[in-house]
Design a binder for this molecule. Sequence first.
Ligand code: CA
Ligand code: CA
Ligand code: CA
Length: 478
Amino acid sequence: MRMNRAGFDLGAAGGRTIKLLPLAIFFVFFAACFPFSGDLPHEKLDAAEPIDGPPCGMEPGILPCKPPLSTSSPEDPITATFAITDVILDQTNLDPPVGLDLDGIDSSPGSANEGQGECGATEGALDAKYGIDNVIGLKLWPDLSAALKIECEVERTHKRGVGTLLIHISGWNADKDDAEVTVTVVSSIAGFHRPNWRTEADAANAAKDWQFLIANTGTEEAPGYDLPFVVDADGNPIEEEPCWKPGLSTQDWFFANPRSFEGHFPRVRTTRAYISDYRLVVPLDVRAPIELVTDRRSVTIPLVGGYLVADIVDEATRLDNAFIAGRFRVSDLAVAGKAIGFCDASHAQTYSLYADLFRDVPESFLEGNPVISNVDCTSDGEDDLLGGAVSIGVGFAGVRVNYAGLPPNGVEVYTGPEGDGDPLPYGAALYHEATDSDWRLPDACELAALFNNPAMALPPAECAGDYTYEPGAHCSSP
Ligand SMILES: [Ca+2]
Ligand SMILES: [Ca+2]
Ligand SMILES: [Ca+2]
């Protein structure tokens, strides 16, 4: 039962479970006239008959071609879970930058369409080499990175097992080409170094008396943030965080955050991923955004026509050259800006300058009606109508780890030690709805306002210089 609850092993869980899937959520994808806006590249036919479709191949900026359907079988046995590491937002020093040529137009310097941007946007007018569209990584983020250290914050939080993004592949034939694999993306609520666990059932059994709690970790002097922590049956914290030992990273086990699930099913899940020459291609649904979480801020990434791409390398022990790319609607970007710590409303108008790809995203687009180019610009800077979309590409790597399932007993808000009743300083009640037992994602501007302390939105001191995760003392034992 736990495996069904966790949702990862749906393929193996039998037809009864699969019938319960809300099919409409998982299988609706939208079509449009732009390359990569939702349509996968046409598969190479077994016969030598060419068909029209967006360009595909192994060159930078485009998606690899989908292999023939005959490469996949419903019995494909391989599953693998990877944890993402080394997130790179700032693309300044990367040549070429990560990302896709999302519009099929090369407006890079020296190209025939040099400087062509949408809606008169100035910052988004120049593509990178190969026509790659990544305005956030090349233009917006370098301007912001002096004030924010998200890459460092993500690393220090995810390495501890909090918010770690887990990419789970199933239905893989273990070969270099597979036309159909299922990919699920969830974030972890806690991770532990457990060399002796072998299966998800081991994890569930070991954790059957554990409590997964959400509590404020701060003190009166240094107000903190709501973070998950785990105690055993005697109330002792379980602190053996992941060790990330090279070559032994599957000794690290990660429990999924129930936030990543709708009922018993993962929110970010597709059966339409494929693998071409060991390059994984995963279409992303704008209505099921990936959540990137640190211990003091968070960002949801609702990409229109987004993809996750990654090379599966070293006998499937690592992901390399991985990225998420797509279109970020300006209105969504304004919301995300606040959650990551840009608390001044005027930033919202600024984002319009970076509009790159198309003028607006009408609802009809999401229903498969490609009418984008008929929509007027609305981002004139003189009203609150924020139009357009901004291109993004976020690079990362991945390490093979193990998936422990959902917390066996769910997650509770910590309200104080038993018999005491006093919540911790700045207790969870400050920032949770009374009925909300999920971990609410940190929102930097909300926290700064709540504590009347703008410093709450600033990066942690240890992110001022080069940061490297130091595994705990328990990791030095053999
Ligand atoms: Ca397959
Ligand atoms: Ca462009
Ligand atoms: Ca382009």
